[in-house]
Design a binder for this molecule. Structure first.
Ligand code: DX5
Ligand code: ZN
Length: 214
């Protein structure tokens, strides 16, 4: 069954624990935490101390999406509280070394690609990945429109693991809603990140169920 990873980027942080409880009851699979540094992406969000607080309030796996330059510099800050630690192929770290370092801490390593990056560019790293994240918007902001070019990449990545007998999850992030979710699932996505579509809902629980039943 498809996994859902709600992005808390557009949530009200002062009432976040209430929302997290609702999401737990609704049956989401993890929480997606978007870390932005104002350099790799033109926006700032939150860092490790906020993730540490969230960690204390939920048992849900934390799916940390680092949108920061040279992320290896911050591995120590994020590794303890993350379950999945993801970073960008384009961010200037030694990809192989960082994937290995994350796995050495018994955490799930996730390699992320921006819309301009082709899946073929990361083939050599896939045996080290527990998850691959395909961005379906330019990273930096919630609430953007889904870019259909992501669909071919999802297909390529799901065909590749079948071909090579690999075992990574395929996550898609940006502009996922009731119209785009089925397209992404058909193309091979196994984990859907959803920000606005969940946090703008009157009834978050109903929205999670609607997507789970697609
Ligand atoms: C964008 C972030 C996303 C974003 C998703 O840079 O990586 O996780 O919050 O939000 P929606 O679902 O609203 O596009
Ligand atoms: Zn994200």
């Amino acid at each position: 069954m498809i996994k859902i990873s709600p992005s808390v980027l557009t949530a009200d942080f002062l009432t976040l624990t209430e929302d997290i409880k609702k999401l737990e009851v609704a049956g989401v699979d993890m929480l997606h935490l978007d870390v932005m540094d104002g350099n790799f992406v033109p926006n700032l969000s939150f860092g490790a101390p906020v993730i540490r607080s969230i960690r204390r309030h939920t048992e849900l796996p934390l799916d940390v999406h680092l949108m920061i330059d040279r992320p290896h510099r911050y591995l120590k800050d994020f590794i303890a509280d993350a379950d999945y630690l993801g970073f960008h192929f384009e961010a200037g770290s030694d990809v192989r070394e960082l994937l290995k370092a994350i796995k050495a801490e018994n955490k799930k390593a996730c390699l992320t690609i921006k819309p301009a990056t082709q899946p073929e560019e990361i083939f050599e790293y896939l045996p080290l990945c527990d998850m691959v994240l395909v961005m379906s918007v330019e990273p930096g902001f919630g609430g953007q429109k889904f870019m259909p070019i992501a669909l071919d990449k999802l297909k390529t990545l799901s065909e590749y693991y079948k071909l090579k007998g690999l075992n990574y999850e395929i996550e898609v992030d940006g502009g996922i809603n009731a119209e785009t979710a089925p397209l992404a699932i058909n193309a091979g996505a196994t984990v859907l990140v959803m920000g606005n579509y969940i946090f703008s809902a009157e009834d978050m629980s109903a929205r999670v169920k609607e997507i789970k039943n697609l």
